[in-house]
Ligand binder design. Structure first.
Ligand SMILES: [Zn+2]
Ligand SMILES: [Zn+2]
Length: 278
C-alpha cells in the first residue's frame, strides 16, 4: 500500500519531456490501469449500467486498458504535464461525451457483447477479421476471395483464417466477453423468431462497432469513393486495405461488393445476416 502511494505521489509531479513521461508511467502501469478501471466501474454504477458479474468486470478491464493505451500514446505529446491528472482528464472526457461508445447501453446486452467481442478481436487478429465476413454476411472463403479480388497464395490464407477461426478463435473471443452457451442459444432463437428485427438491430450495432474499431488502423481507416474503389480493383493494388476495410465498413462493402469479379458478381449484394456460430 505504501509503495502504491509513493508511485502515485510521483505521478502527481510535473514531467517535462516525453522521456520523463515514459519513465514515470512505465513504473506505474498497474496503478494506472487500476485507476482507469475503477473510474469506469464507478461511471457505470452511477449511470445504472453496472451489475456484479464476470461480463461487467471484463468490460471495465477492457476499457480501462484502452484508456491506458491512449494515455500512453497521447501523453508524450502533452508534456509538460502531471501524468495522473492527464489520465483523469482523459477518462473524464470520455465519460462526458453524450454517447460514449464504450458505455453504450446496448453494448452490454448479449447481442452487443457478442458483436463488440468479435469486432474488437477483428481489430487485432486476422482470423477474426476474416471471420467477420462470415458473421456479418454469411460469406464462406470463396465469397471472400471473390469479393476482395484475391489471387493465388493470398487466397490460400483465407481458407486457413476460416479454419483457425472455426477451430479456436471464435471460442476464445466468446470467452473473452463472457458469452455463455445459453446466451448464444438465446441469440439464435431470437433471430429465428424475428429475423428482420434481429438483423436490423445487428446492423445498427455493427455499424457502431465498426466505426469505433476502424480507428485502430489509421492507414486503412479512410473510406474510398466508388471511382477510387474501381481504380484500386482494376489497377490491382491495395489488397491489405481491401481485406481490412471491407470487413470493417458496411458502406464501402455495399459500394465495392461487385468490383472483385469482372462481369457478373460472384456474391449477392451483402446484407447483414448475422451468424452467431463460426
Ligand atoms: Zn471509445
Ligand atoms: Zn469505408
Amino acid at each position: 500500500m505504501s509503495d502504491r502511494t509513493t508511485t502515485v505521489g510521483r505521478l502527481d509531479e510535473v514531467v517535462s519531456t516525453p522521456e520523463e513521461f515514459d519513465r514515470a508511467v512505465s513504473q506505474a502501469l498497474p496503478v494506472l490501469l487500476d485507476r482507469a478501471t475503477s473510474y469506469t466501474k464507478r461511471f457505470l454504477r452511477e449511470t445504472g449500467q453496472w451489475s456484479e458479474d464476470v461480463a461487467h468486470e471484463k468490460f471495465v478491464l477492457r476499457w480501462g486498458a484502452e484508456y491506458l493505451e491512449r494515455f500512453l500514446i497521447c501523453g508524450r505529446s502533452e508534456v509538460p504535464c502531471r501524468p495522473l491528472f492527464l489520465l483523469d482528464s482523459l477518462v473524464a472526457k470520455q465519460h462526458s461525451q453524450p454517447e460514449p461508445f464504450c458505455y453504450h447501453p446496448d453494448l452490454l446486452t448479449p447481442l452487443g457483447r457478442f458483436l463488440d467481442g468479435i469486432v474488437a478481436r477483428a481489430a487485432i487478429s486476422r482470423d477474426a477479421l476474416i471471420g467477420l465476413y462470415h458473421h456479418c454476411y454469411g460469406f464462406g472463403p470463396g465469397d471472400v476471395i471473390a469479393l476482395t479480388g484475391l489471387n493465388g497464395s493470398e487466397s490460400q490464407r483465407i481458407y486457413k483464417n476460416f479454419r483457425r477461426w472455426r477451430d479456436s478463435g471464435w471460442q476464445r473471443a466468446m470467452d473473452e466477453v463472457g458469452m455463455t452457451e445459453a446466451e448464444l442459444n438465446e441469440l439464435s432463437s431470437r433471430q429465428e423468431r424475428h429475423p428482420q428485427r434481429f438483423n436490423g438491430e445487428s446492423e445498427r450495432l455493427i455499424r457502431f462497432a465498426q466505426a469505433h474499431y476502424r480507428k485502430s488502423e489509421p492507414d486503412h481507416y479512410p473510406c474510398l469513393s466508388r471511382p477510387q474503389w474501381e481504380e484500386m480493383f482494376t489497377q490491382g493494388y491495395g489488397y491489405d486495405y481491401r481485406i481490412w476495410h471491407l470487413a470493417l465498413c458496411l458502406d464501402c462493402m455495399q459500394t465495392a461488393w461487385a468490383l472483385g469479379s469482372k462481369g457478373t458478381p460472384a456474391v449477392d449484394k451483402p446484407r447483414v445476416e448475422l451468424r452467431v456460430r463460426p
